[in-house]
Each structure stands twice: as structure tokens, then as C-alpha cells.
Design a protein. Structure first.
Lengths: 258, 315
């Protein structure tokens, strides 16, 4: 266990050192959600006037939506990093050292989680500047961040799995392009669930993106519903662990193909 | 100590029915440089991948540093250093960072890590460049760092998979000197794959020729060449007029076979050229015949390859 932690630490350290050498990348991570916040905030401002929407300010409603969308969209590219490791030969080098296999996967997920956390904080601050209110206070915002990180872990581990198995950029690009919008719109990210058609609501109930939003919205209201927060975060955590384990299993398939 | 590497009857096919290994067996003794020689696609890299725990064989068994590669890959990994065909460096990280991380993954820490890193950078002449990202480095420098990384934890067995492929002749010569020095100074076994005959001849104490996934010949370079029916001996007489007497005198030297004369020049084969030459010279001297030049040519590994693989060596 200590080896796993030590190895994950040094492997994450290795990735972060590279990340900070690419300031343009960090900037894009921050600008992208700002654009979404601005666009969706203006485009959909008046939907709160629809009967039954159930929120007073669309900006308040939008912040968690943009947070989860950012978490999904940045984490789902993690597999590209795995492909790069394979192509550069660093993967094979690592696999002949005693490094714990799961540390290789976990470090990619931790790196993504750290940049997701930075994004989440930036979106919360941008919302604040634009006049959003967070009645749930720090506790609500913490839940929002935790839910976004768990959701991000599910998608980065999934992306790593796809990268290791498919070994092609096109597969990751195709799957991501196909998934991002349906996953976001089959959730309460931009539109209240009460206004969705019945069949959409059924699908949304099984959508991890929606679990994250349920948890965040429940915690961020002026009367937090902790039961919902706990169950949804529990489901997210279980899915995240399952995806991490699955991603580590892909080394067996890799070993057969190498 | 037991053998550094043993492989027994390894078989492996890749998807699509490519038979990479077809019953390959080999043994590397502790402290020796063992060369695996063969053309591209012969199965050299697959063998290295299996022995370094990267790939799994379909059949057969192997041990490295006394540990079974299939049952205890994690133990094997602690004892090996690997220099793969592709460098596998982090291009954005500095040379020192690459080396330091490698050490940490092997559990080398603190002062020992610092000392070892500095020592290896110095030894491979990389100290000046150590702070710069490796993507700007020359191929030769990257390869040297690669070797340094493989050595950071003082492995028992070092794998060098075509260590000089793609290098300039000059850099290759330097790499040869480095490998020869490693073999002499460190008490580790080295398994070297190459498709260069001269490289195998020069570096390996013992070598095996791989062809189509199996070993077709094995021995020291000298033994393998000795299997060919001997060395070529060439002698030139000082006076062409001595030829008839020379024929008679040489005819009595039993160590020489297939003697032929072309004017003052004599060609023959001998099982052991070094022993045959003094005998021939003594016989000629007794007959009062002066000799201008003598050369003995050992058969090349190219000849050995031709004999065992049934075709000329073309890498």
C-alpha cells in the first residue's frame, strides 16, 4: 500500500512537472469553462421564467452545470496521454520497472483531478464575479467540487481504458464527440429535470453526470438534502473505483499485444 | 550463483498468425555478455520483451536472476535494467529528472539517489546537459542517458536491445567502448541483441544466432567460426622459382588442407590457422625457402550465418 502511494506520488509529480511547462494548456483549461458560462448564461437566461423550472436565477442554476460539463470534457481526453506514453516508449520503460501498475493509471487520474479542481474553483469564482449566489455556502461548494472530481475520475479512467485497449486516437476522439453532448443534456446541467420528457428523465436517472448534479444541487440549496448528497456521491465513488480497477486490468491485454 | 537468464522452449505468436518465437532456448551465465544475433523479425526483440516481463509467451518457461518471469514478474523487474530499441525518455523532463524518477521507482532514495545520479551523469558525459529537456538532445546523448537509467539500481542483468541501431558510426564506436567497459567493470550479465555481425563479434563472449524464432547456432564467436572448416592461410614466397620445392615441403605439413599455388602465392585451409602457420614456416625454412608474407584470415560471422541460416546475412 505504501509503495502504491509513493509510486503514485512520484508518477503524478512527473506529470505535473510537464503540465506546468505548458502554460498555454493551463490557460485553455480556464478559458473554456468561462466561455461556456458566458454563452449558456446569456442564451438560456430566460428559461427560468418557464413555469415549473424551479430556480430564480439561471446563473445560480448554471454554475454546477458548467462545472460538471468541464469535469467530463477535460477528463475524457486522459486516454490521449496513455497513447502518448505507449508511442514514446515510456510505457514500456515503466512496465519493466517495479512501478506498481495501478500507480501508472492512478497518476494520470490524479493529474486530471488536480486540473479539474483548479477549473472548478475558477468557475465558482467566475460565477461569483458575475453575480451568482451560493446559498449552500462552503459546504455546498465542497460537495460540488467532490462530485466533479469523482465524476472526472470515472471519465478519465474510462478514457485510459479505451486508450489502452483501442490504441488509437480516432477511437477516443469518436467516443468523446459522441458522448459529451448527450451525457450533458441527459442531465439537469442546463435544463430542469421537471421540464424534461419522461423518457429523458429515465435515462438521466442512470447518468453519472446527473448523479453529480443531483448531489451538488442538493448540497448547494439553502435547505440541503444530505441524504441525496450521500447516495449520489456513494454511487459516483463506487463507479470511480470500478473504473480505476478496470483501467488497471487493461495492462493484461496490453501485455498480450505488445 | 545460478544462471543469469534461462529460457526454455519459448513460443509466441502474434494476432494474425505471425509466429515470432518457435521453441527458443538459451542460457546466459552470470557476468557474461551474451549476444543474440539475427536479422529483423527473427525474434530477438520478442525474446527480450518476454525476459523483461513486458510480454507473455504462449508456451515455454524463463527465469531471470533466478526468478520465474511468469510467476514472479515483480521480482524479475527489481533485478533487471532494460535499454529498449526506442529510448522511452520523457522528452519534456530534464536528463536529471528522467534519471532521478527511474531511481525512485527502484526504491533508490535521498543521498544515495543523489550520489548515484551525479555519478552516472558524469560517467556518461551528460553532466553539462543534465538540466535541459531531453527532447533537444542528440540521439547519442539520449542513448547514453537510456543506458544510465538502466543502471541506476545496479541491476544483475542488463538487456540491451539493439543498442547501436540508428546511431552514427562514431557514436556507435563510443557505445561499443562503453558496453565493453560495462562488461569488464560491473559484475552483471548482459544480454545484447544486434543485427550487426561486427557488433556481436566484438562485444559478445558467447552468442546465439536466431532465425525464424529459434536458435540455429550457439557458442563463442571463435567456436562458431571454428566450426567452418578452418581458417584461410595465405603465404607468399620470396622467390617464385622456389615453387616446386615449396610444394613438396608444404605437402608434408599435415595441418594444411586444400593447398593451391598461384605462382609464388599459396592458399590453404587449416583447422587452426595459428598453429598451422609455424609448422608451414618451419617446413619451408628447413627446405631453404624464404617467405615474403603470411596472413591468416578467420572466417567471419557472416560465413557462420550463411552456413546455419542457409542464406547470406542481410539485416
Amino acid at each position: 500500500m505504501t509503495t502504491l502511494v509513493t509510486h503514485t506520488f512520484w508518477m503524478t509529480n512527473r506529470r505535473l512537472k510537464v503540465l506546468v511547462k505548458q502554460p498555454a494548456l493551463v490557460l485553455i483549461l480556464l478559458v473554456q469553462p468561462a466561455i461556456w458560462l458566458f454563452l449558456f448564461g446569456n442564451l438560456f437566461r430566460r428559461v427560468v421564467e418557464l413555469p415549473g423550472f424551479g430556480a430564480a436565477s439561471y446563473l445560480d442554476y448554471l454554475v454546477p452545470g458548467v462545472v460538471v460539463m468541464a469535469a467530463v470534457s477535460s477528463n475524457m481526453w486522459a486516454g490521449m496521454g496513455m497513447l502518448e506514453e505507449i508511442e514514446r516508449g515510456t510505457m514500456n520503460r515503466l512496465l519493466t520497472t517495479p512501478v506498481t501498475r495501478s500507480a501508472i493509471m492512478n497518476s494520470a487520474v490524479v493529474e486530471q483531478a488536480l486540473s479539474t479542481a483548479v477549473q472548478v474553483v475558477a468557475i465558482i469564482l467566475l460565477g461569483l464575479i458575475a453575480g451568482a449566489e451560493y446559498p449552500g455556502g462552503p459546504a455546498g461548494l465542497t460537495v460540488l467540487t467532490v462530485a466533479a472530481l469523482l465524476l472526472g475520475t470515472i471519465f478519465s479512467a474510462l478514457s485510459n481504458t479505451i486508450g489502452m485497449l483501442a490504441r488509437q486516437r480516432e477511437t477516443i476522439i469518436g467516443i468523446n464527440t459522441m458522448l459529451l453532448l448527450p451525457l450533458t443534456f441527459l442531465s439537469s446541467a442546463f435544463m430542469a429535470e421537471t421540464l424534461m420528457p419522461e423518457w429523458m428523465r429515465t435515462i438521466a436517472a442512470a447518468n453519472p453526470v446527473n448523479w453529480a448534479l443531483d448531489a451538488a444541487r442538493a448540497a448547494m440549496s439553502d435547505d440541503p438534502d444530505w441524504a441525496t448528497v450521500l447516495t449520489r456521491c456513494g454511487w459516483l465513488a463506487a463507479a470511480a473505483v470500478a473504473m480505476l480497477l478496470l483501467s488497471t486490468r487493461t495492462f493484461r491485454a496490453y501485455q498480450r499485444s505488445v | 550463483m545460478s544462471d543469469a537468464v534461462t529460457a526454455h522452449d519459448l513460443g509466441k505468436s502474434y494476432p494474425g498468425g505471425v509466429r515470432a518465437l518457435d521453441g527458443l532456448s538459451l542460457t546466459v551465465r552470470p557476468g557474461e555478455v551474451f549476444g543474440l544475433l539475427g536479422p529483423n523479425g527473427a525474434g530477438k526483440s520478442t525474446t527480450v520483451k518476454i525476459l523483461t516481463t513486458l510480454a507473455r509467451p504462449d508456451s515455454g518457461t524463463a527465469t531471470v536472476a533466478g526468478h520465474d518471469v511468469l510467476r514472479h514478474p515483480e521480482r524479475v523487474r527489481r533485478h533487471i535494467g532494460v535499454v529498449a530499441q526506442r529510448p522511452g525518455l520523457d522528452p519534456m523532463a530534464s536528463g536529471r529528472d528522467n534519471l532521478t524518477l527511474q531511481g525512485r521507482l527502484f526504491g533508490v532514495h535521498g543521498r544515495e539517489l543523489h550520489r548515484r545520479t551525479g555519478e552516472l551523469l558524469e560517467r556518461f558525459d551528460l553532466t553539462a546537459a543534465a538540466g535541459r529537456p531531453t527532447r533537444g538532445w542528440s540521439g547519442g546523448m539520449q542513448r547514453r542517458l537510456d543506458v544510465a537509467m538502466a543502471l541506476i539500481h545496479r541491476p544483475d542483468v542488463l538487456f540491451l536491445d539493439e543498442p547501436t541501431t540508428g546511431l552514427d558510426p562514431e557514436v556507435r564506436a563510443a557505445m561499443w567502448a562503453e558496453i565493453a567497459r560495462l562488461a569488464a567493470e560491473e559484475s552483471m550479465a548482459i544480454l545484447l541483441t544486434t543485427h550487426y555481425l561486427d557488433e556481436a563479434d566484438r562485444l559478445a563472449a558467447r552468442l546465439a544466432i536466431v532465425d525464424e524464432g529459434r536458435i540455429v547456432a550457439e557458442g563463442t564467436p571463435a567456436e562458431l567460426k571454428g566450426e567452418l572448416r578452418g581458417d584461410a592461410v595465405h603465404l607468399e614466397l620470396a622467390r617464385a622459382a622456389d615453387e616446386p620445392q615449396a610444394r613438396q615441403a608444404i605437402g608434408a605439413v599435415t595441418r594444411l588442407r586444400e593447398v593451391s599455388f598461384d605462382g609464388p602465392r599459396l592458399s590453404a585451409r587449416a583447422d587452426d590457422g595459428a598453429a598451422a602457420v609455424p609448422a608451414a614456416l618451419a617446413a619451408l625454412e628447413n627446405a631453404g625457402i624464404a617467405v615474403a608474407t603470411v596472413t591468416v584470415a578467420r572466417p567471419s560471422l557472416d560465413d557462420v550465418y550463411l552456413r546455419h541460416a542457409g542464406r547470406r546475412f542481410a539485416a
